[in-house]
Design a protein around this ligand. Structure first.
Ligand code: AMP
Length: 281
């Protein structure tokens, strides 16, 4: 497995790979890899001839400077894991390579900016759109792999690919969880022992909501009960718990009018912000 830090050398290498007609799969990450990231790598390895992983903690998608400062960066361990999982190439640029000058382009993803992550993290999706567009242009993959854990991010990237005519097949992969249900996240290592104990309640509340909706409980009542549950279990500071159409992420008021529904949650435990979601139908 080769590691590239500069764009021209990477482009040269990928040109050679493309000459062999190899299908290229791409997994963009911010590093601090866990089994969730590695499941995307495995999926790409299975479906392509050549797999690229990028590791870049993208400053322009952080709206919280402390979060950026404390983002874990266990680089050698990441590289070792990628090698073990069959990744062929790692793109690990530093900030000057990705942003030699202050970026001027701003993305606006319309209604997706007004809800959930878009609402609570202003500018976040513009930063995500910018880095993903840059990485797509640099790597020009056939397919790109993302996690369902970041459901709204996937919707944003779908819209980016559609509007900018990227010829890239997008794949959305299932959320990988710890044994107790907590969705794997690079931020979990920053939880205190007590908060780590309480954290699985976030998945428990999603399962509870799913059960209620499947039994026919009205979304507004289910939302209220879920909020109450989180208040009683652990020191969660809830940002949102939303019942949405999985495709356009619009709020669901009546389950009958939607073919696919998800429940999405974001909450703080101490100074760690956690998000998760579950598919109901
Ligand atoms: P990140 O490094 O947090 O930017 O994540 C890189 C990719 O891994 C994104 O597409 C995430 O949605 C995905 N991902 C993060 N956590 C998980 C998880 N627990 N299961 C599956 N995919 C995940």
């Amino acid at each position: 497995m080769e590691v590239f830090r500069e764009i021209p050398a990477l482009r040269h290498k990928l040109k050679e790979i493309r000459k062999k007609d190899a299908a290229i799969g791409f997994v963009p990450t911010m590093g601090a890899l866990h089994k969730g990231h590695l499941s995307l790598i495995s999926q790409s390895v299975e479906e392509n001839d050549f797999t690229i992983c990028s590791i870049f903690v993208n400053p322009v998608q952080f709206n919280n400077i402390e979060d950026l400062k404390h983002y874990p960066r266990p680089h050698s361990l990441d590289i070792e894991m990628l090698g073990n999982y069959g990744c062929d190439l790692v793109f690990y640029p530093d900030e000057n390579v990705m942003y030699p000058a202050e970026p001027q382009i701003v993305f606006n993803f319309g209604e997706l900016e007004n809800t959930m992550e878009g609402k609570y993290r202003p500018g976040h999706f513009s930063g995500v759109g910018l880095v993903v567009a840059k990485l797509f242009n640099i790597t020009m993959p056939d397919a790109a792999y993302f996690g369902k854990k970041d459901l709204q991010q996937f919707a944003v990237i779908q819209s980016l690919v559609k509007e900018l005519n990227f010829d890239i097949h997008l794949r959305c992969c299932d959320t990988i969880r710890e044994h107790d249900g907590l969705a794997m996240s690079s931020r979990n290592v920053r939880l205190s022992d007590a908060d780590r104990q309480a954290a699985p309640k976030l998945y428990e509340v999603l399962c509870l909501g799913k059960e209620m909706l499947q039994k026919g409980v009205a979304p507004s009542l289910a939302q209220m009960k879920m909020t109450e549950f989180l208040k009683k279990n652990g020191n969660f500071v809830l940002e949102y718990i939303e019942i949405v159409d999985s495709e356009n992420l619009k709020t669901v008021t009546d389950c009958k009018n939607h073919s696919t529904i998800s429940i999405c949650v974001a909450a703080w435990l101490g100074n760690v912000r956690l998000i998760d979601n579950i598919t109901v139908f």
